[in-house]
Write a protein that binds this ligand. Structure first.
Ligand SMILES: Cc1ncc(C[n+]2csc(CCOP(=O)(O)OP(=O)(O)O)c2C)c(N)n1
Length: 560
């Protein structure tokens, strides 16, 4: 819609969102952007009002991950903006398109440290792709269209748009900007020929997928290519949904403490193809999997932004291309010799590693619950989580099959699961959406359970309660055995909390209680919490708390 009638800045802004196809957004209201809230009143945009800006921004990140279009989040100035930074940082490290609209003090008050004034360029400058403060209502269409493009184009990421209060109440006559789509970046033909030649001579090729800008179609093309060349394909930390785990070429998840056989296969490859992945600290086992700056194996790095190519690892062949484009180009590559790659062997290693969790101390076996979930949940169920040791079981024992089924921060931020689940279920009301959360993790953004109740969004939150910040306790026991400091938690009764919020709540103390409790949660058709009691000894799938402490004490003793 192009209109040049007089509108308020708030109306112009909301019309730009509608022009960009925004169907829903998240916010915590503030007096700094009332004119936007007023303009939203007359639209069909689904406005999800949240309880904390961190949760609101994480929901927007989840929208960006699910759709590839920017998640939109509105917050007020000052404390609203600083709270939201939790989600903005995730979007930055996870390469998620997101636009955070922030209220700002009126133009004539700037630079006085007016009420809740923040200099957004310096606060957000290092964490985002672009920060802009719109100081003329007539420029809203231009700058909002650019914000969408910047958020999606190249390597996606967050953009912050600051809105001085009086710009939003100003009137202007200005035309709307057109709908924008990110430019696809195509690999050159000679680059694809070079890749083809490298594949012909490679004996131990290995493919690692990661990053954003993927689509189901890109994944299909990639699968067909991997099958033709018999390539083992692994996924990067928290990107497991980029390849079906039940596919015979799937080699597993290169995350924290990967399968040693997978790490060895990775290291011993002679041709390593990174598709969309950055291979940052977590998936590279703290930068030990690949030599820096020159890997021993021939490295081919596809990435949608040339700024990332050769940033850490100097590739033999760098190709700037977006996943849709490069996967389409892969369709043209066919093997010229009969290949007997190592895909089947890699998949067998993966199955062996991920099949059966060990039993650990405690009446509730989290590992068994995870295996039950992987068998019970349909392939399109969406699994969300934040950070903590409880996620190790998800990465290792759950099998992500459908595209877009994993919503988890590669940035390792706690508190992501519940808000991400709210957005995932709002977007996909017919799919099962489960958030797994540690007891510490849940209370980082557990307030968004109220949002699920408010909008009748029946997510299921599974809380793994071991009465501590377990991950940090694990590190503490390794570095300072027996000196427990600031890692113990006294938790609320999460079942009662779920009920107090207006949801369904159940306590699970024994393994056999889990399945029926999950089914009842599903049948309740209400937001639900399953409060699962985990023995503090069950700290990792392979080592108890005591064993970790003992090992650290022994090695300290040996050093004396
Ligand atoms: C926002 C944020 N704050 C702090 C941390 C550091 N941190 C990583 S894991 C963790 C503990 C998680 O505890 P919990 O959720 O109870 O899960 P557990 O490790 O016990 O399974 C902490 C504090 C973080 N990753 N993110």
């Amino acid at each position: 819609m192009t209109t040049e009638q007089h509108r308020t800045g708030g109306q112009i802004l909301v019309d730009q969102l509608v022009a960009q196809g925004v169907e829903r957004l998240t916010c915590v209201p503030g007096e700094s952007y009332l004119a936007v809230l007023d303009a939203l009143h007359d639209t069909k945009v689904d406005v999800i009002v949240c309880r904390n800006e961190g949760g609101a921004a994480m929901m927007a990140d989840a929208y960006g991950k699910l759709t590839g279009r920017p998640g939109i989040c509105f917050v007020t100035r000052g404390p609203g903006a600083t709270n939201a930074s939790a989600g903005v940082h995730i979007a930055a490290q996870d390469s998620t398109p997101l636009i955070l609209f922030v209220g700002q003090v009126a133009r004539d008050m700037r630079e006085r440290e007016a009420f809740q004034e923040v200099d957004y360029k310096s606060f957000y400058g290092d964490m985002t792709k672009w920060v802009v403060e719109i100081d003329d209502a007539r420029r809203i269409p231009e700058l909002v269209a650019r914000a969408f493009r910047v958020a999606m184009q190249g390597r996606p990421g967050p953009v912050v748009v600051a809105l001085p209060e009086d710009v939003l109440t100003d009137h202007a006559a200005v035309a709307d900007a057109p709908h924008v789509d990110p430019v696809e970046i195509w690999p050159g033909e000679n680059q694809m020929d070079q890749l083809g030649a490298m594949l012909e001579t490679a004996e131990r090729p290995f493919v690692l997928l990661g990053g954003s800008r993927w689509t189901d179609g890109a994944r299909q093309n990639l699968k067909a290519w991997a099958e033709r060349f018999d390539l083992p394909v692994a996924t990067s930390f928290r990107r497991a949904h980029l390849f079906p785990s039940d596919h015979p070429n799937y080699a597993g998840d290169v995350g924290i403490n990967p399968n040693p056989k997978l790490a060895a296969r990775f290291k011993n490859s002679d041709l390593l193809i990174l598709l969309g992945a950055r291979l940052s600290e977590m998936p590279s086992s703290s930068y030990t999997l690949l030599d820096i700056p020159t890997p021993r194996q021939k490295l081919v790095h596809f990435f949608p932004d040339s700024g990332e190519i050769g940033r850490i690892y100097q590739p033999a062949l760098g190709i700037q291309a977006s996943p849709i484009a490069f996967c389409e180009a892969l369709a043209k590559l066919s093997p010229r010799r009969n290949r007997t790659g190592s895909a089947a062997e890699a998949h067998a290693d993966y199955l062996e590693w991920s099949e059966k969790p060990n039993d650990l101390p405690g009446a509730f076996q989290y590992g068994r619950a995870m295996v039950w979930l992987r068998e019970r949940l349909p392939s399109d169920a969406i699994i969300c989580n934040g950070a903590g040791n409880f996620t190790i079981w998800i990465h290792r024992y759950y099998r992500f099959r459908g595209f877009g089924t994993q919503l988890a921060p590669t940035s390792g931020s706690m508190g992501y699961g519940p808000p991400a689940a709210v957005m995932a279920k709002r977007q996909n009301p017919d799919r099962i959406v489960v958030a797994l959360a540690g007891d510490g993790d849940f209370l980082m953004n557990g307030q968004e359970f109220a949002t699920a109740v408010q909008y009748d969004i029946p997510i299921i939150v599974i809380i793994l309660d071991n009465s501590m910040y377990g991950t940090i306790r694990m590190h503490q026991e390794r570095e300072y055995p027996g000196r427990v400091s600031a890692t113990q938690l006294k938790n609320p009764d999460f079942t009662a909390l779920a009920k107090a919020y207006g949801g369904h709540g159940e306590r699970v103390e024994r393994s056999e209680e889990f399945a029926p409790a999950f089914e009842r949660a599903l049948q309740s058709k209400r937001p639900a919490i399953l409060h699962c009691i985990v023995d503090p000894q069950a700290l990792t799938p392979t080592m108890t708390l005591d064993a970790i402490r003992q090992r650290a004490e022994n090695s300290a003793q040996a050093k004396k």
